[in-house]
Design a protein around this ligand. Structure first.
Ligand code: IVH
Length: 787
């Protein structure tokens, strides 16, 4: 190889190195990508190839170093030049008051300026930069000696391999925390699970496990992150005169510093910061276990100094721990509204996430088996924010030997003794007792009465339990039959059972106000909007938004009740499973009785209306035919049939199917389907329903020269409002839409038209001004407004 080619290669490699590092920094530190991933990959591959041909071209900060190196036999020990100390902890406001007082006393000053930042829940690390180049990375270890994890740290994309400075210090020890973002943790665990590997309990353990890999190529596949918060040895530069200035300097050098860092004044500033971060904690992308306060001024820090192994000028203010150890006293199951059996661990009481926890969910059978939780085990429970407590993992070392037996889900419902069934492909086992099961009945009633459903105020869990327990309510309609006597009877029985005698009874009186209120609330719930009634019925897969779709599109309860699957399927956002679940619910005799009973009690949805005008489009025979889900009969095949004049009605009477140009397999599938009992009736009923609905729809859109054309109006037109323009378009049979797509026929743009106009230009949609619109519609200019 001659000299010039070598020089070219060297220049190119240097350029590629700088360029790639710049993009990495933009992407991982600034969160502002500067090139597409594919282009990055291309440049990266080019540099890799250059370095493979001429290894001497690999710079000390080459991004190719980040892919990991061959495994190490062990980690080398490294002695920290400046020991890595720890922080004292505070938990209560009082602890913080004491800290602030000690600091003020120590400085003999008034209010102190503090740097406040989050306390990352990761692993402390020391990064040594020599002349600006990352030369060594070490774990904290015992604070004096740690392990050399340089190869692993090089794989962390947000850590610069070279500092961004023309005059870097001779030696700079950057201290900070290595951690894993919650999203990267979730993705990694999903991969581990898919590969049948062990999952990590939390992001911190995952970060630790990844950092302590002897094979750094494994670390490279794990997404670790880093934030800088301190400094160790420093040679050849002056320390900035405050902590906030240090962080700003780090940022200039290209090191990641967390956004949440702030400078606050005095005790109030500290407590305010703690509350603010506490409120944001669960929404943050990484886990933190508190906040850290540091006297901001370097001269204050020096004046205060250290006590034993911790600085006097700093304090960690911890949040209540979200994870704790406790033991499993029992594993029981709860039966939900749909019969879902949820295993729940009963725990020895433990204070976690700010409350005492005695139960934690185990989610479902597979989860219990995967985590292998057994009675008597020591487990890690987690309660984060308002999330229900869960068992994260078993501490296997603490399991008694020989171990307790493996947990098995009961085969019969503990409440009603019906069989527990679990369908293939379902994670959830269910009690097959349906509304025979009092647990399911209670849950169904709880759901029905809920705030976003029938909204029966005051009908709380305890009343529902007792009403079902004492046979006062078997199904939701019974709520509307309750009498004062029955409520009082229920209360008396419950008091007897609980051995409590209310004060009023002692006085020889009976309190009835609560019962009056409850009866009133029940009566007041009789006229809900249709979507709430639909949601309240507890149809599987029908949440608030599906209920809303049904109400908006079909308008009347009576129509929803008899809508066949095919009609439901053509409604927006209602897929096959949901449509089937709705139709099956209303077809079930027990549900029909329950609904009729409700209606008989005067429950009636408010504000019913004709089906939505938009339904017309969905009643297109092509769509309906496809929605019948006849095997192999896709929408194009349905269109083929309809376009040849095969109406739904006609189809119901056909006996020969191979004459419509359908591929033989399709024709045969159709023939087989039509031979099934009920198929013809189903098609005929659908055709009839279609006719019936079409007749009910609000007046059809105008037919005219613009029928089939879609317009989008944007900006301010000179002589008319957009509403007026829309009227003209609709009068000519056109449709007005809100957003521009490939299907838009014309965009009518006035003054200050914005993104819709640019989108139209991008998609090549025809653009008109007001005069152009009038010409197209063949109408004259609107009369000028009277002066
Ligand atoms: S400053 C003299 N700042 O907490 C010690 N530490 O208990 C200076 N930590 O080992 C530490 N976030 O792992 C500092 N913003 C932060 C921190 C932080 C997390 C960890 C670090 C350290 C431990 C001290």
């Amino acid at each position: 190889m001659n000299d010039t080619s070598h020089q070219d290669g060297a220049a190119r490699a240097a350029w590629l190195t700088a360029e790639l590092n710049r993009h990495l920094h933009a992407y991982h530190v600034l969160d502002a990508p500067t090139i597409p991933d594919a282009e990055y990959d291309r440049l990266f591959a080019e540099l890799q190839a250059l370095e493979a041909a001429q290894p001497e071209l690999q710079a000390t900060d080459s991004p190719t170093l980040r892919v990991g190196a061959p495994p190490l036999p062990q980690f080398e020990q490294i002695t920290h030049t400046v020991p890595m100390l720890s922080l004292n902890n505070g938990f209560s406001d009082e602890d913080i008051e004491n800290f602030d007082r000690r600091v003020r006393d120590g400085l003999g000053d008034g209010e102190v300026e503090y740097a406040a930042e989050v306390k990352y829940d990761g692993l402390a690390i020391n990064l040594r930069y020599v002349d600006g180049v990352l030369s060594q990375a070490a774990t904290r270890g015992d604070g004096y000696t740690g392990e050399d994890v340089t190869a692993n740290i090089r794989t962390v994309r947000s850590i610069p391999l070279r500092l961004n400075s023309a005059t870097p210090p001779a030696v700079l020890d950057v201290r900070g925390e290595v951690l894993m973002f919650k999203s990267d943790f979730a993705a990694m665990n999903a991969r581990q699970r898919a590969a049948g590997n062990k999952e990590f309990v939390n992001p911190r353990n995952a970060a630790a496990g990844s950092l302590r890999q002897l094979d750094s190529r494994v670390t490279a596949e794990r997404k670790l992150s880093f934030f800088a918060y301190g400094v160790g040895a420093l040679e050849g530069a002056e320390l900035p005169d405050s902590h906030s200035a240090l962080l700003a300097w780090f940022q200039q050098l290209g090191l990641p510093v967390a956004r949440e860092a702030d400078v606050v004044q005095g005790l109030d500033g500290l407590l305010g910061y703690y509350r603010r971060i506490g409120a944001e904690r669960s929404a943050m992308p990484y886990e933190i276990d508190g906040v850290v306060y540091k006297a901001n001024r370097l001269r204050d820090q020096r004046a205060l100094g250290f006590v034993s192994r911790a600085p006097r000028f700093a304090l960690a203010h911890k949040f209540p721990a979200e994870e704790a150890l406790t033991t499993v006293l029992a594993i029981e199951v709860q039966v939900g509204r749909t019969g879902a059996i949820t295993p729940v661990a009963r725990l020895a009481p433990v204070f976690v996430g700010g409350v005492t926890v005695t139960n934690a969910t185990l989610h479902n059978e597979d989860e219990v088996l995967r985590k292998d939780v057994r009675v008597g085990d020591t487990v890690i429970v987690r309660r984060a924010g308002d999330v229900i407590p869960e068992v994260l993992a078993v501490v296997l070392e603490k399991r008694a030997q020989p171990g307790p037996p493996r947990y098995e889900l009961p085969k019969r419902c503990p409440v009603c003794d019906s069989h527990v069934v679990r369908e293939v492909d379902e994670a959830i086992a269910r009690c097959s007792g349906g509304l025979f099961c009092s647990a399911q009945r209670k849950e169904a009633i709880r759901h029905f009465a809920g705030r976003r459903m029938m909204d029966i105020e005051g009908l709380g869990d305890r009343y529902i339990d007792n009403l079902v327990e004492y046979g006062k309510v078997h199904r939701v309609a019974d709520l509307y039959l309750l009498t004062m006597d029955e409520l009082l009877d229920m209360k008396r029985l419950a008091d007897e059972r609980d051995g409590s005698t209310p004060e009023t009874v002692v006085q020889g009186k009976v309190a009835t106000k609560w019962a009056d209120n409850l009866l009133e609330a029940i009566a007041a719930s009789k006229k809900p909007p249709l979507e709430r009634l639909l949601f309240a019925l507890g149809i599987r897969h029908v949440g608030e938004s599906t209920a809303k779709t049904l109400a908006e599109w079909l308008g009347r309860f009576e129509l929803v009740r008899r809508a066949p699957v095919a009609l439901l399927r053509v409604l927006p956002d209602i897929g096959g499973t949901v449509a089937v679940s709705i139709a099956e619910f209303f077809a079930e005799p027990r549900n029909q009785e329950a609904i009729d009973a409700l209606l008989a009690q005067g429950v009636a949805p408010q504000g019913e209306h004709a089906p939505s005008a938009h339904l017309r489009e969905q009643l297109d025979p092509v769509k309906l035919l496809a929605a019948l889900a006849i095997p192999k009969l896709t929408e194009p095949r349905s269109r083929q049939l309809i376009e040849q004049g095969v109406t739904l009605d006609k189809l119901a009477g056909l006996t020969i199917f191979n004459v419509w140009g359908l591929p033989p397999a399709v024709a045969q599938a159709l023939e087989e389907w039509m031979a099934l009992p009920g198929s013809r009736e189903q098609v005929r009923a659908l055709a009839a329903l279609r006719e019936e609905l079409l007749a009910q729809l609000p007046a059809a859109a105008q037919q005219g020269p613009m029928t089939g054309k879609t317009f989008v109006l944007t900006g301010t037109l000179p002589n008319m409002s957009r509403d007026e323009a829309a009227e003209l378009v609709e009068a000519a049979g056109g449709k007005v839409a809100g957003s521009v797509s490939k299907k838009t026929s014309y965009v009518v743009a006035g003054a200050e038209a914005g993104s819709k106009l640019s989108k139209a230009q991008e998609l090549g949609v025809a653009i008109l001004d007001e005069a152009g619109l009038l010409a197209l519609l063949n109408v004259g200019a609107p009369p000028a407004a009277a002066e």
